[in-house]
Design a protein around this ligand. Sequence first.
Ligand code: PMP
Ligand code: GLN
Length: 400
Amino acid sequence: MTQVSGSWRRAAAGARLLGADGEVASTIFAEMSALAARTGALNLGQGFPDEDGPEEVLEAAREAIAAGRNQYPPGRGDPDLLQAIAEHQRRFYGIEVDPGSEAIVTAGATEALTATLLALLDGPDDEVVVFEPFYDAYAAAVGLAGARLVPVRLRWPDFQPDLDELDRAVTDRTRIILVNDPHNPTGAVFSAGVRERIVELADRHGAIIVTDEVYEHLSLDEPHVPIASLDGAAQRTVTISSGGKTFRTTGWKVGWVTAPQDLVTAVLTVKQYLTYSGGAPFQPAIARGLRLSDAFFSGLAGDMRAKRDLLGTGLRAAGFDVSRPAGSYFTVADASPLGADDAAQLCRELPDRAGVVAVPLSAFVTEEHAREYRSLVRFAACKRREMLEEAAARLATLSA
Ligand code: PMP
Ligand code: GLN
C-alpha cells in the first residue's frame, strides 16, 4: 500500500486499478500476459502479434541504427515520416495533411491519446463521451486530466451505439467525443450512420472529435473510413494512429497525430514535455512501412480475416456464443452457454481448465455498467494459425 498523494490516483482510479486498500493493480493486459507466462497457457489475452512484420520495415530500422540515427529526432518527428504520414492519408482516404504543420509523431498512439486529452481538457467541467467498453488508457488519461467520462454503451452482439443514447450523452459540456474505430475490445466497425451522427453532434455542441484508428488497416469487411474524411469533420477532428498493429511492431511505439494546425500545436505543447521525442531509428522504418504496396495492406487484412474466422469457428465449437467482429484483432464471446456467467472468474480459471488465456470484457467498462458485460470474454486472433488451431482444440474440452 502506498500513501503517496498525487494525480496518479486519478489515473489508477479512472482505469479502475485502485483497490479499496490503496493497492494499485497492474493493467489487465500485463496481468493476463503474466498469467500466460506463469502457466504456459496460450496467450489470446494481450493483443500483440506473435510473428514479425514485413522484412523491409525491420531492415529499415537496422539500417537506420547502423547509419547512426540514434540521437533525438526532431520534436515534431522525422520530416520524412511526417511526409509519409501525409502521403498515407491522401493515398488511402483522400485527406490532405500539411506534414509541416498538421502532423506530429508520438511515442505510440498511447502518448498521442494522453497528450491530446491532457492538452484539450481543462478540469471537472469538461466531459469526454466515450464508447463503452473502452481501451483502459482512455479512462486513465481522462482521470489524469481531472475531467469526466460519459460512457455510451455498445451492446452485444453487434456493438453499435444506440443513436438516442448518443444524442443524450453529447451536450454543451462535451469537450471531446472519443471514437475508437475499428474498436477494441469489441471488434465493431461503426456504421456510416453512427459516424455521421458523431460529426453532427460534435458540430451542434462545439465538441472536438478525437479518433483512435490504430486498427485502420484491420477493417476486415469494408474499407476503413476515417471520421476526418466526412464533410465538415476535418476542422474539428484529431486523428490518431500508430504503426504497432499495421506493421506488427507493437514494441516500437511509433504513433502519430494529424489535425488542423491549432489542434496539433496544442497537442505538441504537451507532448514535448512528456517524451519530447523518441524512437529515432524506428521512425524511418515506419515511413518505409507506410509506403509499402497495396498488396501488403490488403494481405494484412486478408490474413486477419482468415484468423477471425478460424477463431470464431473454434469458439463456437467450444460452446461459446460468438460475435462477428468487422475489425481489429479481437473477437468477443459470450460464455453463458457454457454455464459461466462470470467471465472474470472464467478467465482466471481458463489457464488451468483449458491452457488458454483471454481477457474479461468487464476490464473495459465502468463499475456502473459492469453487470451488462459480465459473461463476455475477449479473445485476440492476432496469433499464428497453429496457435489458434491449438487454442480451439483446447477450448473444445470445456464443454466435453
Ligand atoms: N488504442 C487502442 C484501441 C489499442 O488497442 C492500443 C493498443 N494496442 C493502443 C491505442 C495503443 O497503441 P500504441 O501501442 O501505439 O501506443
Ligand atoms: N492494445 C493491447 C490490447 O488491447 C494491449 C496494450 C497494452 O498492454 N497496454 O490487448
